[in-house]
Every structure is written in C-alpha cells, then in structure tokens.
Design a binder for this molecule. Structure first.
Ligand SMILES: NC(=O)c1ccc[n+]([C@@H]2O[C@H](COP(=O)([O-])OP(=O)(O)OC[C@H]3O[C@@H](n4cnc5c(N)ncnc54)[C@H](OP(=O)(O)O)[C@@H]3O)[C@@H](O)[C@H]2O)c1
Length: 243
C-alpha cells in the first residue's frame, strides 16, 4: 500500500493563495497535513485559507529582507516546506532593468535560501523533513523574454541538489518539481490571446496545458513516506514540453 498519509505533519506552501500552491495545499490537507496558506496579500490568502478545512495563514512579502523571520514567527517549525511562490518579469534580454533583475533574484532565489536556512535546522534535528523547490520547464527551455526568471529556476534546482546530498543522512529530502504550462491566474492574460495560445500548445507534446491539480500528485509523493528514497530529483510535470 502507498504510504501517503501525512497526519501529524505541518506544511508551509509559499504562494498558496492561488494556482499550483493552492492545489498542492489542498492535496496535502486531504492527506492529513496541517497546511499554512501563504501569500503577500493578506485578504487573498485569507480567502484561500478559508476554502481548506483547518488551514492556517502566513503572510509575508518574499521581497522583504525579513521574510523568513516573519514567516517563521507565524508558523513555528514545519515538517514540509514547499518553495512555490515566484515572480516573473517579461522583457527582451537587452531591456532588463537592474531593478527587475534584482527583484526576481530576491524573490525567486534568495528568499528560498533564507527560508531553508530558517526551517531546515528543525527538520535536520528531528531527522525527518521534506523540502521542495518549484522550478519550471524553463530550466530546459528558457523563454527569450524571461531570462532572469529561467536562470533563477535553474539556480534554485542546483541549490536543491546541493542540499539534497548534505541533508540526506538526516532523513531530509530536497527535490525540485518543474511545471510546464499550467492553467493558473499567472497565465490568464497571455493565453487569452488565441494566436499566442495556439503557438504555446504546439510546443506541448500532449497538446494541452495542465491544470494546477495535475501537479498535486507529484508533491504528495515527494512529501510522504512513499517518496522517502527520492532526493535531488528534478521532476517535470509538463506534458513532455521539455523534450
Ligand atoms: N503556471 C505555470 O504555467 C507555471 C509554469 C512553470 C513554473 N511555474 C511555477 O510554479 C509556481 C506557482 O505558479 P502559479 O502559476 O501557480 O503562480 P501564480 O498563479 O502567479 O501565484 C503566485 C503565488 O505566489 C504568491 N507570491 C508572488 N509573489 C510573492 C511575493 N513577493 N511574496 C509572497 N508571495 C508571493 C502569490 O500571492 P500574492 O498574490 O499575495 O502575491 C500567489 O499566491 C511558481 O514558482 C511558478 O514559477 C508555473
């Protein structure tokens, strides 16, 4: 029998007020975990938390210097940390401003490092933990107008492998999950252009975009005992788009 029961585990999923993060939070909650719903915007995060029985709230802008400290004060130690929030700024390579570059480096990479520094010590001490970074198919197929975003996803995956090796002796796994095109509010605007949407779908071997719920199973596997022998993985949920 698959060991996917998460009863008694506490999980923080960053950026879970909508999209993939919310679907993952629902799946972990259904498996028995107590989940922390997180976002930068409190009202939105509150509404999302209200849609999940027993969910708790954690609010902090990951662009803030003190984001890890603020989150840790709200959640205390957790057994499962999912680094799902990110931002992406679109601009051709020669028009990327230093400000936009820095914002993406801060939210998409530095905040993940800070959160791991805040939450991993407890996991290492109790000899059980799950850390998942959320990457992107852009690690393999970078979009020409999202150079910094794609580079930070690759950097984050590299960090996950580095820490996976260091944390493995302590029962803490670290993996990266890389979605392809998933229908979330992030993509609403771009995919509302039928010509652009058709071009995007041409690049997906299955011929369709995924739903947020399509991502949930992989997270449940990696977070539970069923995934205890998987670490340092880079798992794509992309309908074959990376191929
Ligand atoms: N959707 C896709 O097609 C796709 C493809 C590849 C990879 N991914 C990755 O999958 C993850 C989830 O994507 P998604 O499409 O579900 O995202 P989304 O719909 O854009 O949602 C982003 C979430 O992150 C939070 N967030 C953003 N900036 C934040 C900040 N500075 N501080 C705190 N919270 C912040 C948002 O909350 P607030 O609104 O409160 O800021 C929201 O809950 C991301 O890492 C993304 O890069 C997505």
């Amino acid at each position: 029998m698959m060991k996917t029961d998460l009863t008694g585990k506490k999980a923080l999923i960053t950026g879970s007020s909508q999209g993939i993060g919310l679907a993952v939070a629902k799946a972990l909650n259904e498996a028995g975990a107590t989940v922390y719903i997180h976002g930068a915007r409190e009202e939105k995060a509150k509404r999302a938390a209200a849609s999940i029985k027993g969910a708790r709230l954690a609010v902090a802008d990951l662009a803030g210097d003190d984001c890890a400290q603020r989150l840790y004060e709200q959640t205390g130690d957790v057994d499962i940390l999912i680094l799902n929030a990110s931002i992406q700024c679109r601009a051709p390579w020669d028009q990327i401003t230093e400000e936009d570059a820095q914002r993406q480096i801060t939210v998409d990479f530095t905040a993940s490092l800070k959160l791991i520094q805040a939450y991993a010590p407890y996991m290492l001490k109790q000899k059980w933990g799950r850390i998942i970074t959320v990457g992107s198919v852009q690690q393999k197929k970078p979009h020409k107008d999202m150079l910094i975003y794609a580079a930070m996803k690759s950097a984050q995956e590299n960090m996950a492998r580095n820490l996976a090796k260091q944390f493995a002796p302590f029962g803490v796994t670290v993996n990266n999950v890389a979605p392809g095109v998933i229908l979330t509010p992030r993509n609403d605007e771009a995919l509302s252009d039928p010509a652009y949407a058709a071009k995007v779908m041409e690049g997906i071997p299955t011929g369709f975009a995924g739903d947020a719920a399509d991502c949930a199973g992989a997270f449940l596997l990696l977070c539970s005992e069923a995934g205890r022998y998987m670490t340092g993985e880079d798992l794509y949920i992309d309908g074959g788009m990376k191929l």
